[in-house]
Design a protein around this ligand. Structure first.
Ligand code: PGA
Length: 258
């Protein structure tokens, strides 16, 4: 496969500096033990207040740093907001956008998420755009309609540059599987990932589509990671709860060699 696996930890609103430092210390120690092995790309997304401290810890390692959200605006009068440039300034290379918790609790719609994506590119970040259906939508057979609406919104806002388009990361996170212990079956995940890939082929051409990584997120744990990651269109995972324990996060990383 031409796509390198990516396992990303979304720490959400967890981690005072000492806790975050200890967590990343554990991850670094585990990766050190795996030196020389075929390890996928590893990303941690701490809360804003811990990014800098975690960034200092991972300096010189292969672990990448990301934010969990950012503003679509340029610097200015936006109290409480943060620009992508502020994230790159403290060492981030990625940013998670449109997480279902942002969509549902902070009224972010697909258009806003797409504008944030454009701002992330402008500020030198690789966006990880999250999409996913609720349980009610799945049960009323609307899953693919919801995914189509959420993914379609990004195309008008993508930069024209091929290299930047190939960098894009999408994350399929069924809302009903997030933090619930319920995971999509590998087949359910693959069905949606393949659907997204097909949309990418239609909009961007097969060459670019074959390079874009699509992560799965939603109750990924050490015991289910490898089987989910074995599906052809699943290129890694966006990990919430299990990313808060170094040994679990490392075991999930082991589920995606290379
Ligand atoms: P979870 O969260 O692994 O705790 O289900 C995933 C996410 O929200 O990104």
């Amino acid at each position: 496969m031409s796509r390198r696996g990516l396992v990303a930890g979304n720490w959400k609103m967890n981690g005072l500096i000492e806790v975050a430092d200890a967590l990343v210390g554990g991850i670094l120690a585990g990766l050190e033990q795996r030196k020389g092995k075929n390890v996928c790309e590893v990303l941690v997304c701490p809360p804003f207040t811990a990014i800098q401290s975690v960034g200092k810890r991972i300096a010189g390692s292969a672990v990448k740093l990301g934010g969990q959200n950012m503003s679509e605006h340029k610097p200015g009068a936006h109290t409480g907001e943060i620009t992508g440039e502020m994230l790159t300034n403290i060492g981030c290379s990625y940013v998670i956008l449109g997480h279902s918790e942002r969509r549902s609790m902070h009224a972010e719609d697909s258009n806003l998420v797409a504008r944030k994506m454009a701002a992330a590119y402008r500020d030198g970040l690789t966006p990880i755009v999250c999409v996913g259906e609720t349980l009610q939508e799945r049960e009323s057979n609307k899953t693919l309609d919801v995914i189509r609406e959420q993914v379609s919104a990004i195309f008008p806002h993508l930069p024209a540059d091929t290299a930047k388009r190939q960098q894009l990361v999408l994350a399929y996170e069924p809302v009903w599987a997030i933090g619930t212990g319920k995971t999509a079956t590998p087949e359910q995940a693959q069905e949606v990932h393949a659907f997204i890939r097909q949309m990418l082929v239609e909009q961007l051409g097969s060459d670019i589509a074959s390079k874009i990584r699509i992560l799965y997120g939603g109750s990924v744990k050490p015991d289910n990671a490898a089987v989910i990651f074995s599906k052809p269109d699943v290129d890694g995972g966006l990990i919430g709860g299990a990313a808060l324990k170094a040994s679990d996060f490392l075991a999930i990383i082991d589920g995606f060699p290379g």
